[in-house]
Design a protein around this ligand. Structure first.
Ligand SMILES: NC(=O)c1ccc[n+]([C@@H]2O[C@H](COP(=O)([O-])OP(=O)(O)OC[C@H]3O[C@@H](n4cnc5c(N)ncnc54)[C@H](OP(=O)(O)O)[C@@H]3O)[C@@H](O)[C@H]2O)c1
Length: 445
């Protein structure tokens, strides 16, 4: 029997998730066991980008979270109070929950996770931070043996887009914001983004996972980008920096020891980690891994011991990216539900027996760079071009770059070609008396 989903919301994220789940060509066979059982929306009359049976779509979200047939509730409706109460009701009714709602988790995580632990259900939130970037599961699992020192993120695409354009075009904050709103990169009310509140929600979640303690949102210092001027960006550039809105969670133990400051702002046990959590515009050295993260992209740099530095980079929003994260949570829950019936966890066990078919190198389609040493005679470039043409190899550029002793040096870059055709052209070229040697042959991405 399939695992039944009750999805709350069919907007950007909900639609992307339904599309991904409906397309059975996606990768993991466990996804085939998922049934989209109910989808809750505000309006039944709205045109939808996905086709669902009439019996699936409903405006009664309360009924979804209390329906005994539903195994997993996927909350992708957004907002605060309604989402919070539906999540709590789902938990009380013994359902596992997947949510993309950083605002609810950062504010009500304490209540939600306490309820989930009591009810013996999971609340999964991969899409809540970094959109499609898998960062929650790595923090919970793959990196969990490390002592984390710092988590530094560019985790708000709107502000990174604005700062990138101010940097590249020398524009004012207000002009670039207005343009970003016109192009759909910023909301009509941009407060949550430009004042750093969205990034604060997200770093609170990451800090909690990285340092193993709950975080009160009011303890997260947050300063937005409204006061960043094009003058500051230009001076920073001269000094070798770019300005980024960074969300930082950092172990403060060494700092506290230096400053002899041991009183954290929230009550906690003596063993609670002492950390600083903050969001603010920051001068980042150009050589820093986060300096080159531009536009709406997100990245999270995690530094710890013994791992050193790892960075996660990718799309922080969008239907497909977020659906990938939501569906990975669903997959994990399906695996957990199946685990009770089978001996092995299907996500940890090897799930395939057949061999992949590997394309022979001769059939590989790629671009090539080749460097030739030839006699300094007229017409050599033409002869090379003819040989390439004979084998259907089209050239992006062919230039004589200089001399090595008596020999002329000619560099060729091809368009995409089949490797076998390119090799045949080279074989023919090697028979030309004007060609001395081919010292370099590299593939180009
Ligand atoms: N968009 C992204 O790229 C992205 C990325 C990461 C995380 N998230 C998070 O994912 C969540 C959803 O975002 P979204 O962009 O998909 O939102 P959205 O496009 O505004 O969609 C919201 C959906 O929820 C439904 N809904 C909202 N309130 C409802 C209510 N009270 N009763 C019934 N249905 C209700 C709406 O129904 P109607 O369609 O009938 O109006 C709509 O289908 C948010 O928490 C957001 O922060 C979004």
């Amino acid at each position: 029997m399939g695992v039944k989903l009750g999805i709350l919301g069919l907007g950007t994220v909900g639609t992307g998730t339904v599309q991904l789940l409906q397309d059975k060509s996606f990768r993991h066979p466990l996804l085939q066991e998922v049934e989209i059982y109910r989808v809750g929306v505000r309006s039944l009359d709205k045109p939808r980008a996905v086709t669902l049976p009439d019996s699936v779509l409903t405006t009664d979200l309360e009924a979804i979270v209390s329906d005994p047939a539903v195994d997993i509730v996927v909350e992708v409706m957004g907002g605060l109070e309604k989402a919070r109460s539906l999540i709590l009701k789902a938990i009380q009714n013994g359902k596992h929950v997947v949510t993309a709602n950083k605002a609810v988790i950062s504010r009500f995580g304490d209540e939600i996770f306490t309820a989930a632990n009591q009810a013996g259900v999971y609340v999964m939130l991969e899409a809540a931070v970094g959109g499609g970037i898998p960062v929650i599961q790595p923090l919970k699992q793959s990196l969990s043996v490390n002592r984390i020192h710092t988590v530094t993120g560019i985790i708000n695409g709107t502000t990174n887009y604005i700062l990138t354009r101010m940097q590249t075009e020398g524009g004012n904050f207000s002009d670039v914001l207005a343009d970003a709103q016109r192009l759909g990169y910023a909301e009509a009310d941009p407060t949550a983004d430009v004042d750093g509140l969205d990034a604060a929600d997200k770093i609170a979640i990451l800090a909690s996972l990285a340092f193993g303690g709950r975080i009160k949102l009011k303890d997260v210092y947050s300063e937005g980008i409204r006061q960043v001027s094009k003058t500051d960006i230009a001076y920073a550039e001269k000094l070798g920096f770019v300005i980024k809105l960074l969300a930082i969670a950092q172990s403060a133990a060494p700092l506290a020891a230096i400053a002899n400051r041991t009183t954290p702002s929230s009550p906690s046990s003596p063993s609670s980690p002492l950390i600083s959590v903050r969001v603010h515009p920051t001068l980042v050295p150009k050589a820093h891994p986060l300096a080159s993260i531009n536009g709406v992209n997100n990245a999270i740099l995690i530094e710890g011991e013994p791992i050193g530095q790892v960075m996660f980079f990718g799309p922080g929003a969008g239907a497909g990216a977020t659906a990938s994260a939501v569906s990975s949570d669903i997959l994990n829950l399906v695996a957990a539900l199946k685990k009770s019936k089978t001996a092995l966890n299907p996500l940890l066990a090897c799930a395939h027996q057949d061999y992949c078919q590997i394309v022979p190198m001769a059939e590989l389609v790629t671009r090539f760079y080749a460097r030739f040493l030839t006699k300094d005679q007229p017409g050599v470039i033409g002869k090379l071009g003819t040989c390439f043409g004979n084998h259907g190899v089209s050239l992006e550029s062919i230039v004589q770059t200089g001399f090595q002793g008596e020999l002329a040096e000619i560099v060729v870059v091809t368009h995409d070609v089949q490797e076998g055709d390119f090799r045949q052209a080279l074989t023919e070229i090697q028979t030309l008396t004007a060609v001395d040697s081919i010292p370099s042959l590299l593939r180009v991405v």
